[in-house]
Design a protein around this ligand. Sequence first.
Ligand code: SF4
Ligand code: SF4
Length: 249
Amino acid sequence: MGREARRKREQRQRAAKLTPTPGNPHGVLEMQGLAAEVVEFFPGPDAVEFTPTVWVREMFDSIAAKGQVEVPCGGCTTCCHHATVEIHEQFDDGASYQTHIEPDGRRILNQQADGSCIYLTNNQCSIYDRRPVVCRTFDCRAYMVLAVVPSPGFKFILEKANEKFKFPKPMSPADEEFIEAARFTFGYAVSVKKMDSEAAASYALEHWQEHVKAVRIMSKMRDHVASLSPEDQQKFLEEFKRHAPRGGR
Ligand code: SF4
Ligand code: SF4
C-alpha cells in the first residue's frame, strides 16, 4: 500500500472514532471505515483509468434513457459467472427467460451447475441483444467507487473491477469529493434509511450531491483531529460529544 493510501486509510480509521457528530448521528462513518477495510485498491498493470464524476454522469444518462451502460469490459464476463440476475417485469419479459422464483419472491435467471448464468455459452452471452435490464445497466465500477461488497458474489466482481480499473492519480478535487460523498451517502442509506446494500448503492450514486456539504464539514473536522496529539484528540472528542446535537433525519 502506498503512502498516500495508508494516510487515507489511517484517516478513515481515525474518523471511525468520531461518533456521534452532526453529520454522523448514526455511526455512518463506522460503516465507511469498515467498507474501506473490506476493499483495498490494487489495480493491475493494464488497468483502465476512469474519471469517476464523468462516468457517473454518463451512467445516469444511460439509465434515464433506459439505455446501456458502456463498460469497457474487454472480454471480461465475471458478472455472468457470479451475479444473481433479477428480472424486472417493467423492463423485461419474464416469460421469455429461463427463470425461477426465489423464496423472497424475486424472479431470477437460472444458473448452470457451476453457478454461472444459464445463458453464458463459450464465455459469451447467448442472448446478448435481449439480455435483461440488470445486465444492460450493471457497472462494476459503482461498487469500486463505493468500496462495498453488497453480497458474497460481488467479492469476485469487485476484485475484477479493482484489477481492471483505476482512479486517476492524482484524482481531481471533484472526483475526490464525489467518492467521499458517495461513500458517506451509502453508509447513510444503510444505517439511517435501513436499505439493503444493493439498494443503498443505487441510492448513493443518485443522491451523493445532497451530502457533499456534510462531507466537507467532516473532512475539515477529520483534518483538525488528525493534527492533534492523542491526548488532545481525546479531549476534543469528549468536548465534541457533550455539544454535538443528536438525532437523525
Ligand atoms: S466485472 Fe466489470 S468489467 Fe467484468 S464483466 Fe462485469 S462489469 Fe464488465
Ligand atoms: S444474460 Fe447474458 S449478460 Fe446477463 S448474466 Fe447471463 S450471460 Fe451474462
